[in-house]
Design a protein around this ligand. Sequence first.
Ligand code: GLY
Length: 323
Amino acid sequence: MSALILVNGEVRDDCIAAGMQALRKGAPALDVAEIVARAVESDVKDHSVGFSGLPNIMGEVELDASIMDGATLATGAVSALKGYLHPISVARQVMERLPHVLLTDAGAARFAAEIGAEAGDLLDDESKAIYLKRLQAVGKEWAALREIRDWSEIANLESLISSGKVPLIDLVTRAMRYHEGGDTMNVIVRDASGHIVSAVTTSGVAWKYPGRVGDSPNIGAGNYADDRYGAAVATGMGELTIRHATCVRAVIAMGYDRRIGEAGHETLRDMSRIAEARGAWIRMLLLDRNGTVGGYCTHNGSTLKVQRIDESAPQVIICEHVI
Ligand code: GLY
């Protein structure tokens, strides 16, 4: 069975190439998954991951990430991490250096500082402009929001909320109707020795309530890997896969010898019954223990990319639409 890299279709080929170069040199799946994830975290055009990711409703970028080693079921994750450029590397260090699996918010930032992780401002001009435009559009009902005309006035939002002029719950609920940015980043790597690692990194859904944690750092929801059965990773509305434990269900289904397509379709079909929110969708990528890959999505037109070690470029495959 050949070594391979599997990602969601939005990941740029050069990010895959960075991982493929390491895979060809014999790097372990953990290193390769981290390399690919870091490359996407640095992509300025990707407004759903790492640097330039879209912020929460208060204008702050909060990053979620996890990594899972299918050989040992070891895992590390961070959520609501602010001010660090590579949450995936912090997540890996949580796995390797702490007797914990998930650190959040200030604790995650404290650990990132302690290990010397790379700090930096996560917003760029484009992500600030997207945020401001949306804030102004959804805030038409609250005259007070017109006080925020440009980024230098963003700090005023806190006092508008604490004075009761702008209800934060309503603001989040309205803003969340808009899907903007790109998508969470998923990667599954199988290395030359057959070990599987899965990793997920994201700035989460745009306009989220501060402190909201999605499925990406929730092991079993948005990420799961077990060398014996395969791996699953998800993008989309994390609240659904958290409620449903979607990725662990799909991996266990493969463990019970369901074919990959059956595991993908049955798992997402079962999840769909709770997808009552308008516009809420999920895409799940699977790798089974035989090296077969599959992509399954509750909406049409979604893709994955896969590159095996002996192939010169990634193949793009349309995910199967689960109805
Ligand atoms: N799936 C990414 C998120 O819900 O944050």
